[in-house]
Design a protein around this ligand. Structure first.
Ligand code: PXP
Length: 236
């Protein structure tokens, strides 16, 4: 199973000061060097973390697979067509949300999504649809022409009790099986961390897990000693 690392929150820390550091592109280089299979970034309409310039620079350095998460907004579609990521993952986007809430409603927005997929096919950009683990969304994704679906693992990650967690895990397992039977490639992600990733990683047939916040959060902690020691060395 592959790993895609989402570097958005490196840019979130940068934007807290409006300066140049930390650079998501430098982080992406380290992620690739560490063995991840793809780099994910979300160019949001509000540009709260990743900026257009980050996307261009990522396009230059990511030779493995650059996966651009994006809303089906006209101007973002235009940018994607110019930047030519290897993959685009269509997600719903609400301005006030802290992170992507829920999957894309492919049943409701079928026509619009199919149009974007056609444009991306012309540009040789593979399209993934970020959906809730439901049969109706899988059927609609296939019909819209997607080659990949990313199953939303947020409900699983947020489940408070053991039985609720198992129920959500089972939904993901069944949805993965069903999507694969329809000829779709299956990825999964959202809310996965060092405590809950194993059970999802054990689901057969899932191609890639996309993980962001927990990896960036862990990097801050495991990198703290070195950062402090370097600063003390300079002061001395
Ligand atoms: N996959 C998709 C489609 C997402 O929108 C996100 C959040 O940007 C992720 C994966 C990663 O989620 P997290 O940051 O919780 O690991």
């Amino acid at each position: 199973m592959k790993l895609g690392v989402n570097v958005d929150h490196v840019a979130t820390v940068r934007e807290a000061r409006g300066v140049a550091d930390p650079d998501p592109v430098e982080a992406a280089r380290i992620c690739i060097d560490a063995g991840c299979n793809s780099i994910v970034c979300h160019l949001r309409e509000d540009r709260r973390h990743i900026k257009d310039d980050d996307l261009w620079r990522l396009r230059e350095v990511v030779g493995t697979c650059l996966n651009l998460e994006m809303a089906i907004a006209k101007d973002i579609v235009e940018i994607a067509c110019k930047a030519r990521p290897d993959q685009a993952t269509l997600v719903p986007e609400k301005r006030a949300e802290l992170t992507t809430e829920g999957g894309l409603d492919v049943v409701k927005h079928a026509g619009k999504i199919a149009g974007v997929i056609r444009r991306f096919n012309e540009k040789k950009i593979r399209t993934s649809l970020f959906i809730d683990p439901s049969r109706a969304q899988i059927v609609a994704s296939k019909k819209a022409g997607a080659s990949i679906v990313e199953l939303h693992t947020g409900e699983y990650a947020n489940a408070r009790t053991g039985p609720a967690r198992l129920k959500e895990l089972d939904k993901i397992r069944k949805a993965a099986e069903y999507a694969i039977s329809k000829g779709l490639e299956v990825n999964a992600g959202h809310g996965l961390n060092y405590a809950n990733v194993r059970d999802v990683a054990a689901i057969k047939g899932i191609n890639e897990l996309n993980i962001g916040h927990s990896i960036i959060a862990r990097a801050v902690i495991v990198g703290m000693r070195q950062a402090v020691e370097e600063m003390i060395g300079l002061i001395r």
